[in-house]
Design a protein around this ligand. Structure first.
Ligand code: AHG
Ligand code: MN
Ligand code: MN
Length: 332
């Protein structure tokens, strides 16, 4: 039998997963299809960013005061347009939008809430470093017909599904809906995401790699400085830092290690945002057998207060996240 007959497209995978849930309506399958389509469209622009005058800052600033790159704007629009008309979504939220995003009255609303970072690592666009898209999916919990801000402020433990797209040497879509982590690689010759990494699990024993931006060393707490000093010396860790969260976490999933973006004397809550960076990746990492903590408690247990709240982040192999929490305890 030729190799081709073994290909499992994301469509086939989603249908087979749906069959395992008799109560399923097919809405989740349709939702993941729309996200996969958005990923292909964003990936196409990312891969030709060097050719088209899409590089460089769009000039605007987003809610965080960061210069918005044209590709951020493009990716944000693609995610919104892929979902707004489907009748699957009650409301959305995005890193690039200050408030929650209602579904226009002209479209039907559905049961899902999708929160996303349309383009993560955008400071790397102009230097051709891997970037990504991160998505978090909840059920609507408010009583009304259409979604509200309340639907967007649920703890990570309530996520129905979460995942990311990595626009790297290949385009990969990785997601979990609570029964393991599944990785699909885009075959551009047929425009299909094919199952390439079934049931991704962080390897045990893990590679001893820590991933952090050491330029901020002088701003760290004593516990944080001691933790990294230990890793660099007796701990005999290696170091890898791409500066693109999706790429750093994808490596951590495949090889093991720990990614850290701690709080510091300037950024009291660190840099990464809970709703569309930390919480979705925490679901993926936990489903792959790892841990995700803010240094004291699980990321998935944090009850959000606002859409763009930041959170310190320690994510990866369980034993390394446990070590981080132990050594950070001196700061309490
Ligand atoms: P975004 O491009 O969505 O704003 O995210 C950028 C984040 C994340 O990708 C990465 O881990 C982090 O910024 C890098 O920050 P530093 O440059 O401070 O290390
Ligand atoms: Mn981001
Ligand atoms: Mn972003």
């Amino acid at each position: 039998m030729s190799a081709d007959t073994h290909v499992v497209t994301i469509s086939r995978f989603l249908v087979e997963e749906e069959r395992r849930h008799p109560e399923a309506t097919g809405a989740f399958t349709d939702l993941l299809h729309e996200i996969a389509l958005a990923a292909k469209v964003i990936g196409r622009e990312v891969n030709k960013a060097g050719l088209v005058d899409i590089l460089g800052a769009a000039g605007d600033e987003n809610v965080h005061g960061e210069t918005v790159q044209k590709l951020d704007v493009f990716a944000n629009n693609v995610m919104y347009r892929a979902l707004d008309h489907t009748g699957l979504v009650a409301c959305m939220a995005s890193e690039e939008n200050e408030g929650f995003i209602p579904i226009p009255d002209k479209f039907p609303a559905g049961d899902y809430v999708v929160i996303y970072d349309p383009l993560d690592g955008s400071s790397n666009i102009d230097v051709n470093v891997s970037i990504g898209t991160i998505f978090s999916i909840h059920h609507k919990i408010s009583d009304g017909e259409r979604g509200t801000l309340e639907d967007c402020l649920q703890p990570g433990s309530k996520q129905v599904a979460a995942g990311y797209v990595l626009y790297g040497s290949s385009t990969m879509l990785v997601y979990t809906s609570g029964t393991g982590v599944h990785g699909f690689t885009l075959d551009p010759s047929i425009g299909e995401f094919l199952l390439s990494h079934p049931r991704m699990e962080i390897p045990v024993p893990p590679r001893k790699v820590y991933s952090i931006n050491e330029a901020y060393f002088r701003r760290w707490s004593r516990g944080q400085q001691e933790l990294v000093r230990y890793m660099k010396t007796e701990g005999e860790f290696g170091s890898r830092y791409i500066g693109s969260f999706v790429a750093d976490i994808h490596r951590t999933l495949l090889q093991g290690g720990i990614f850290m973006y701690p709080s510091d004397s300037v950024n009291r809550d660190g840099k990464l945002r809970l709703m569309y960076e930390a919480a979705p990746m925490a679901m993926v990492v936990e489903q792959a057998g790892g841990r995700a903590s803010d240094g004291r408690r699980d990321i998935l247990d944090i009850q959000p207060e606002s859409l763009h709240q930041r959170v310190p982040l320690f994510m990866g192999s369980t034993e390394f996240v446990d070590l981080a929490e132990e050594m950070l305890a001196v700061d309490d």
